[in-house]
Write a protein that binds this ligand. Structure first.
Ligand SMILES: *Cc1c(COP(=O)(O)O)cnc(C)c1O
Length: 397
């Protein structure tokens, strides 16, 4: 079998695409002017940013005035949540609703607010990794300041009923924020139609560079300043603009949203082939709903193996993937997302996430399906846990 190199960790980050890089490059040298400067080199860049803001707004069906450029998804999440909390606490609203399986940029922000006198309701998700809109409605109280629920989960790829949740929040007059970092380019986003008040985007998940993001804030919502200083970003986020990054994220967003149905049509059969193929291995389990999931996401628990060993073996075979077993801090705690589905620790530990993009091919899928069962067999052969389970004839999934 010929070795292939497959990057299957798009949910972690992606490469800057040729088209995006090409559009950005002039802004590093030729067009280096400060957008706030009065001479032409500055004004040209000011215009480029105005243009980029309009292009971004169009992709989301927003108004350019509602688009703020940030340094990424984490910053956008922090600003939306802490900013809203700050504003509404003054009106006596100190309750926030979120879910147990958010990205840490949301969860840790909520935990921070809990230490500062806020009360947070962490809604559970179904065993398939879906939020029930009724749960959201039931959790809303007089003093609820904000509902923040992710559009698509970064580990298990499940797509949440965001338009329904948005409608519920609107009905009750509660602000609604969604972390749409994983949804961009995979789900059509229309902030007006879907009743979204605030929405976070990160460039590096869809072929723009790292360190550039977007926060959409609906007109009429007044967030406090994030960074005090100059007048950039309507005076709310000071600092000379990341011009190249802003141009890059606008281009990348246009490309990502140009033909979402074509991407879904191309990747869904490959995703399903991988899922069906991997589930043929004994004692495996698909994590997350089969239908309501991103077209480039596969997440499967494989009983009796350690995620880390699996990733190292896959890397040896040229496949770069991720696992839900150890979190970013390198701790051995299983992923909070997998535990939220009701998985026991032993099962959550042996999980594999494959997340791929447009360049993924049938040959890539075939290669993974050839290599993976051999690796699993080898690892299980060395696993005391697998030996015990086999002896006891015990099934964990
Ligand atoms: C990657 C990611 C983030 C963080 O984005 P950064 O730009 O890396 O800060 C936030 N939320 C989700 C769902 C993500 O996948």
């Amino acid at each position: 079998m010929e070795k292939r190199y497959i990057y299957a960790d798009h949910a972690a980050t992606t490469a800057v695409s040729d088209e995006v890089l090409k559009e950005m490059l002039p802004y590093f040298q030729e067009h280096f002017g400060n957008p706030s400067s009065i001479y032409s080199k500055g004004r040209e860049n000011e215009r480029a940013i105005i243009d980029a803001r309009a292009r971004v707004a169009k992709c989301l069906n927003a108004d350019p005035k509602e688009i703020y450029f940030t340094a990424g998804g984490s910053e956008s999440d922090n600003w939306a949540i802490k900013g809203t909390a700050d504003r509404l606490a003054a009106k006596g609203k100190k309750h926030i609703i979120t879910t147990v399986f958010e990205h840490h940029a949301v969860l840790h922000t909520c935990e921070f607010l809990e230490k500062h006198g806020f009360e947070v309701t962490y809604l559970p998700v179904s065993p398939e990794g879906l939020v029930n809109p009724e749960d959201v409605e039931n959790a809303i109280r007089e003093d609820t300041a904000l509902v923040t629920i992710m559009y698509a989960n970064n580990e298990i790829g499940t797509i949440q009923p965001i338009p329904e949740i948005g409608a519920i929040c609107k009905k009750h007059g509660v602000l609604f924020h969604t972390d749409a970092v994983q949804a961009v380019g995979n789900v059509p986003i229309d902030v007006k139609e879907q009743n979204i008040d605030m929405l976070s985007i990160s460039g590096h998940k869809f072929h723009a560079p790292k360190g550039i993001g977007i926060l959409y804030v609906r007109k009429g919502i007044l967030l406090p300043n994030l960074i005090h200083g100059g007048g950039q970003e309507s005076g709310k986020r000071a600092g000379t603009e990341n011009v190249a990054g802003i141009i890059g994220i606008a281009k990348a967003l246009e490309i990502a949203t140009a033909d979402i149905p074509a991407k879904i049509a191309k990747l869904t059969p490959l995703r399903d082939k991988l899922i069906d193929g991997i589930l043929k291995i004994d004692q495996t389990r698909l994590n997350g709903d089969r239908e309501k999931r991103l077209c480039g996401n596969v997440n499967i628990s494989i009983v009796g193996i350690e995620g880390e060993s699996l990733l190292l073996m896959l890397d040896y075979y040229g496949i770069q993937a991720s696992s839900g077993s150890a979190c970013t801090s390198g701790s051995l705690d299983p992923s909070h997302v997998l535990l939220s589905l009701g998985l026991v620790h032993e099962v959550a530990h042996g999980s594999l996430r494959l997340s791929f993009g447009e360049e993924f091919t049938e040959e890539d899928a075939d290669y993974i399906l050839e290599v993976l069962p051999q690796i699993v067999e080898k690892l299980r052969g060395m696993s005391p846990m697998w030996e015990t389970l086999t002896k006891q004839n015990k099934k964990l999934v």
